[in-house]
Design a protein around this ligand. Structure first.
Ligand code: FES
Length: 365
């Protein structure tokens, strides 16, 4: 899952780089410290250090210890990775994710969905996306004993286990939400989970979720009840927080409905790229081949380039991981991210989100 978080409080967005996604690695720990301070403010000064982000650790080698198919339609696999020496791994809290480097070199982000108390393993669950960029295919093909490298855990979708909370999960979005639900339940919070998907067969973790206390969970599937509206998803929202992880239409529906419920905080995480807003058509020229690619106003440069050059490197598609960083040889980019420094932006761009305001840019690809 590629994780992006935007947080709203009283309808105001928080700058992206508060979440550790818009900064070079060497400054991440500083930014997460700032993030923790921000949460202290958010929580009226009562924020507990127990939920603070741990320092971001450099690359950690892991071995796949077990794999298990979770859905009847075989589309989701749960993968548990162990430290190579049996030692404890860096601690994590609900909502955190890992940045994986797969054997092919692909980089992908997946939310941790296991038990934070199990310190020598990390567990993620991955939905197979046949027409995706190959990351889920590779994760599904890993055999026990396979070696991967991760960085993190990163605090991308923070959870404060106090007050009341409504959780909204769409399909594989449950991986980020489920550890929060377990923590809310363990903390005796007043909480409710709305879990949506195409059909019951497509919903991972259904057995565990249906074993949660009666009345706390609403399972809603498109084949039985149609696609839920925003007001339906937030029907149980109280005066606390709403946490949402799912496909873009679900997040958009929740965002639109949020102003009409009493909840004070909305936290959400995307697992696919946000739509292009306010884009204009421009051209990209690849210096290796001289090919000129037209990037339509509603398409990212990365998407257009992948049509011609499918092996171009990318991961999050949301401007925070830096995998798609590309040298600009001529032209003026319209930078739409906060990861690169102003100096770096003079000669590079993140092609998954940044574009050009018309004209042509020549890229070192
Ligand atoms: S793919 Fe992650 S920043 Fe572009």
């Amino acid at each position: 899952m590629a994780a992006t978080v935007e947080t709203f409080r009283q309808g105001r967005s928080i700058p992206q780089n508060l979440y550790g996604r818009g900064v070079p690695d060497q400054t991440v720990s500083i930014v997460t410290d700032a993030l923790d301070k921000w949460f202290a403010l958010l929580d009226g000064g009562r924020y507990d250090d127990a939920y603070a982000s741990p320092p971001v650790i450099r690359a950690i080698p892991l071995t796949l210890a077990s794999r298990e198919i979770l859905c009847e339609d075989n589309a989701v696999v749960r993968l548990t990775f162990a430290s190579t020496d049996g030692a404890d791994l860096p601690a994590w809290t609900p909502g955190m994710h890992l940045d994986f480097t797969l054997p092919s070199g692909r980089r992908r982000q997946y939310s941790l969905c296991g038990d934070p108390a199990e310190r020598n393993t990390y567990t993620v669950a991955v939905r197979y996306i046949p027409d995706g960029g190959g990351g889920s295919t590779e994760m599904h093909s890993l055999e026990e004993g396979a070696a991967v490298t991760v960085r993190g855990p990163r605090n991308g979708f923070p959870f404060v286990p106090r007050g009341n909370a409504v959780f909204v999960a769409g399909g594989i979005g449950i991986t980020a939400i489920l550890p929060m639900v377990r923590a809310a339940n363990a903390a005796g919070m007043d909480w409710h989970l709305v879990y949506c998907g195409r059909s019951r067969e497509s919903l991972p973790f259904l057995d565990e979720i249906e074993a949660l206390p009666p009345g706390r969970v609403t399972i809603r599937t498109d084949d039985a009840a149609g696609i839920a509206t925003g007001p339906e998803l937030l029907e149980r929202a109280g005066t606390g927080a709403v946490y949402c992880c799912g496909p873009p239409p679900m997040i958009d529906a929740v965002r639109r409905a949020f102003d009409s419920v009493p909840a004070t905080h909305l936290y959400f995480e995307r697992f696919s790229p946000p739509p292009v807003r306010g884009g204009v058509e421009f051209e990209v020229q690849l210096v290796d081949t001289g090919e000129i690619i037209t990037v339509p106003s509603d398409t990212t440069a990365l998407q257009a380039i992948r049509e011609i050059k499918p092996d171009v490197a990318y991961s999050c598609q949301q401007g925070f991981c830096g995998t798609c960083r590309t040298r600009v040889l001529s032209g003026t980019p319209d930078h739409r991210e906060s990861r690169l420094t102003p100096e770096e932006q003079e000669s590079e761009m993140l092609i998954c989100v940044s574009r050009a305001e018309g004209g042509r840019i020549v890229l070192d690809l």
